[in-house]
Design a protein. Structure first.
Lengths: 322, 322
């Protein structure tokens, strides 16, 4: 299996250059003071479509442009950010997008797909109908995370981090299907920071597809169907490519509980004044609970994976904050 | 009465330089597309303490350093952002702060004062007890908005806007007691943009202290006690200094309704992924409702005055967003 490497990452970064937002890596004084370590935040909530997902989708569309010709159209399946990202990237390139979404998808995510001109097929059979519509239309089918080009696109998050601040001890990355951490960890190995840095993934304890895949050695679905307030991380399974990258490049994957995610979510927004979705807060939850440690005086980078939190989700904060 | 001018503003900017955040002026593609004009946002939610208020308080403390000696301590009265700003600025200078707050002040605002080491006196008689404690302690009493030095400090927001983007048609500023718009409008007159620009204030219709003061020609309290979801703008009265600045420098003050503020608040956060308080959204509400107009193809600057929205406030978004 092809693992993403320096050449693949450099090609992805070149493809995306100027087409998307080069998001800032911002220091949080409040969080640094509270935690006793230097805290840097990669603000992918400020990315086009409100999440990192658009990097992978756009890179894959451009990388698959056979003989310079774009695909006739693209398809994917997703309940969330990958759906809007696919629609946005396709519109940027002037090609149609079809997204298979579950009937229960959050209305804000559905609206986002429509805003970018994407066609939606609502179905309980995401994988099967995704393959079917791809074949029928003759469109390029893009897996939302288990794809080398998608992983390479997400890896540009890591390329930017190591370029902007090549001096950190720990990089914490939210894990759903594993596309983001696969790309980011590959980037840290391909473009090493100035001192040894650990890359650690963070999963909700109730949405542990990657932890399960690591323990059984295959990307089979965990026995309990993933579900979390961090809805962006509730992938039903990891992927073959992402499992291989995590095994090769990631130091550890740790788990955090629902109440700790909610508390960290509010702490993160209150400290930074950035609107983020709960998935973006799992790294801070891991720090606050001691699930992962940073050397005293060290520097930690948190990837804020997205900002698509709707009013219904925000209403859940009131009881948690007391 | 001394109106703030270029020299006073330049002195304030020099005092604050390097002590506070030089907040970014960010363009919003989403809002620009939605409104058909170019939309720039001055992100004071990213300022220390989460609002512009700290500029005025810190400038006033430094400006009043008689013979180079800081005051022995400072006092103010406020239900909100000015309280935390005063505590923060005093701590930065190593002097004590006492803040008179109403008993019903939002807990997040109370906690913020305590976080920065401020002493709180809860009282129904804000003005009287503020004057009393200032005299008893021998501390410098700072009015939260009706003070030339405070206005000059808030005016550095305007200095930064005209420096960063000296080419806009309309500047929309939230109005409570009027300190922010007084300083910002003075800056636009002192350092004029490249083409004629209007400065327009926006008040909640239910918290219209400045509109009332303009209509009666004096800063008397309006007949109905101000109250709004934009709690930061519910000043009980305007000030003599702020009324004079608004008369001299501001083109218009317009009103927006509560539902329009709530809808604009969510639209603003969704589009920008910045956490802001409802007060910060009144400018967008005025644009969306047509209370103020921008020439087609023009550029509008919105001052996002603060980001201190707590979970209880955010929970109010759920019904509004449907």
């Amino acid at each position: 299996m092809q693992l993403v490497n320096a050449d693949i990452l450099a090609a992805a970064a070149a493809r995306l250059d100027g087409r998307l937002v080069r998001t800032p890596l911002v220091e949080s004084d409040r969080l640094s003071t509270d935690l006793g370590v230097r805290v840097l935040l990669k603000a992918e909530n400020l990315q086009r479509t409100g999440s990192f997902k658009v990097r992978g989708m756009l890179n894959a569309m451009l990388a698959r442009a056979a003989g310079g010709d774009l695909p006739a159209g693209v398809t994917t399946f997703s309940a969330g950010n990958a759906a809007a990202a696919t629609a946005y990237a396709a519109r940027l390139l002037g090609i149609p997008a079809v997204v298979c979404m579950p009937p229960g998808a959050v209305s804000a995510k559905v609206e986002a797909v429509r805003r970018y001109g994407g066609e939606i097929i609502f179905t309980e059979h995401l994988l099967a109908d995704w393959e079917k519509v791809s074949a029928e239309r003759g469109y390029l089918g893009l897996h939302p995370f288990d794809d080398t080009d998608v992983i390479a696109g997400q890896g540009t998050v890591g390329v930017e981090i190591t370029t902007d601040h090549p001096d950190f001890d720990l990089l914490l990355v939210p894990v759903g299907g594993g596309g983001l951490i696969s790309g980011v960890s590959a980037a840290v190995r391909a473009f090493p920071p100035e001192r040894p840095a650990r890359v650690v993934g963070v999963e909700p304890a109730t949405a542990n597809a990657m932890t399960h895949a690591l323990s059984v050695g295959a990307p089979t679905p965990p026995p309990v169907r993933p579900s979390s307030i961090a809805d962006g991380l509730a992938a039903p399974f990891a992927g073959e490519h992402t499992l291989a990258h995590v095994r090769a490049y990631v130091d550890d994957v740790v788990l955090v509980g629902e109440d700790d995610i909610t508390a960290a979510w509010w702490a993160l927004m209150d400290a930074t004044k950035l609107l983020v979705e709960p998935s973006a807060a799992v790294g801070l939850a891991a720090l606050r609970t001691g699930a992962v440690e940073v050397p005293a005086g060290g520097t930690v980078v948190l990837v804020l994976s997205g900002g698509n939190a709707g009013p219904a989700a925000l209403a859940k904060l009131a009881p948690a904050a007391g």
